[in-house]
Design a binder for this molecule. Structure first.
Ligand SMILES: *[C@@H]1O[C@H](CO)[C@@H](O)[C@H](O)[C@H]1NC(C)=O
Ligand SMILES: *[C@@H]1O[C@H](CO)[C@@H](O)[C@H](O)[C@H]1NC(C)=O
Ligand SMILES: *[C@@H]1O[C@H](CO)[C@@H](O)[C@H](O)[C@H]1NC(C)=O
Ligand SMILES: *[C@@H]1O[C@H](CO)[C@@H](O)[C@H](O)[C@H]1NC(C)=O
Ligand SMILES: *[C@@H]1O[C@H](CO)[C@@H](O)[C@H](O)[C@H]1NC(C)=O
Ligand SMILES: *[C@@H]1O[C@H](CO)[C@@H](O)[C@H](O)[C@H]1NC(C)=O
Ligand SMILES: *[C@@H]1O[C@H](CO)[C@@H](O)[C@H](O)[C@H]1NC(C)=O
Ligand SMILES: *[C@@H]1O[C@H](CO)[C@@H](O)[C@H](O)[C@H]1NC(C)=O
Length: 253
């Protein structure tokens, strides 16, 4: 009897210990990653807080919404600073309350233009639709900026990108932070993104297609849960077998 309760206690302690360590390892993966280390010799500044999520829409000539995006945006740019007379790396959040959206939609291309900070920062997204495969993607990004400390206006663009791939009629969703490399001096971090550049019905997002990062993220709790469940099962079975054995032992005595 004494041996029993001891075993029970030990297995309980073991489960508790595993639960704690598993929970900690899970919690650790939950910490938002700090901005990707830029490949530069300049001192990387502390990244600002997560950007606020903005609602941006583009309406057609006849007033129907043809592109919709909800996302937090962070610009990661390298420019030459006038005051430091040197190249600096800067991470800047786009503030939705001072950002205006506009753009245009075509049958196979759509443009979202964001003008932030009194037109000192212009960010343009170009989406393309392949009518044959009914797939769309972000094909281009253009940034132009005239900030106080810039020794010259900044501009960077890339029109051969292949990001945010979705299916016509569906929206593309990525809750996790995503980094879209655009040019040597410019990358874009997106947060809690939902976008649909084509095939909106009644100004609503279509069914969501999750990005790989989100799917990987959902996999972690499933794996942890499964591991925990199988552990509990193993311990339970071991305990039952142990009890049966010792029970049989009592009978033979
Ligand atoms: C953005 O749109 C969503 C859904 O349409 C709405 O719930 C939310 O309040 C909007 N946010 C802002 C800041 O307008
Ligand atoms: C608005 O125009 C688009 C194409 O430009 C068309 O597909 C859509 O049916 C039009 N909507 C209305 C309500 O006329
Ligand atoms: C900026 O640096 C360059 C060399 O890196 C130097 O020639 C120039 O004089 C500097 N300008 C100022 C204003 O310090
Ligand atoms: C925009 O929002 C930020 C904080 O989110 C605030 O500090 C700033 O004053 C706001 N600007 C305007 C023009 O509302
Ligand atoms: C569109 O998709 C089809 C089928 O996947 C592919 O063969 C074609 O090359 C694509 N067109 C473009 C312009 O990418
Ligand atoms: C942004 O676009 C507006 C309107 O086209 C323009 O007046 C402004 O100069 C642009 N700003 C930058 C930084 O390019
Ligand atoms: C544009 O993006 C593509 C794909 O990410 C990349 O291979 C290419 O180097 C970029 N071009 C420039 C000019 O940065
Ligand atoms: C990118 O930065 C480098 C210095 O790091 C500079 O020489 C180059 O002109 C910049 N390119 C653009 C497109 O701003």
């Amino acid at each position: 009897m004494k041996q029993h309760s001891c075993k029970q206690l030990l297995s309980l302690a073991f489960i508790a210990f595993l639960a704690v360590t598993l929970h900690q390892s899970f919690a650790a993966t939950d910490v938002p990653p700090t901005a990707a280390a830029p490949q530069t010799t300049a001192l990387p500044p502390a990244p600002p807080a997560r950007p606020e999520r903005g609602n941006y829409t583009v309406t057609n000539g006849n007033g129907t919404v043809c592109l919709m995006a909800r996302m937090g945006l962070q610009l990661n740019i390298r420019f030459s600073s006038a005051s430091l007379n040197n190249t600096v790396q800067d991470v800047v959040n786009l503030q939705p309350n001072v950002t205006k959206s506009s753009g245009s939609c075509d049958s196979d291309s759509a443009t979202l233009m964001l003008m932030a900070d009194e037109e000192k920062t212009n960010l343009t997204f170009l989406f393309s639709l392949n009518a044959t495969s009914s797939k769309y993607h972000l094909s281009g990004v253009i940034l132009s900026a005239v900030w106080l400390d810039m020794s010259e206006p900044f501009s960077a663009s890339n029109s051969s990108l292949d990001y945010l791939r979705g299916t016509l009629g569906h929206s593309y969703v990525c809750h996790e932070e995503q980094t879209l490399a655009v040019a040597v001096n410019f990358s874009l971090n997106t947060f809690q993104l939902q976008v649909q550049p084509f095939g909106l019905t009644r100004d609503q997002f279509g069914a969501a297609e999750e990005c790989q990062l989100d799917e990987d993220d959902m996999l972690i709790p499933i794996i942890v849960g499964a591991a925990l469940a199988s552990l509990v099962l193993i311990v339970l079975v071991a305990y039952l077998i142990g009890r049966k054995r010792s029970h049989a032992g009592y009978q033979t005595i």
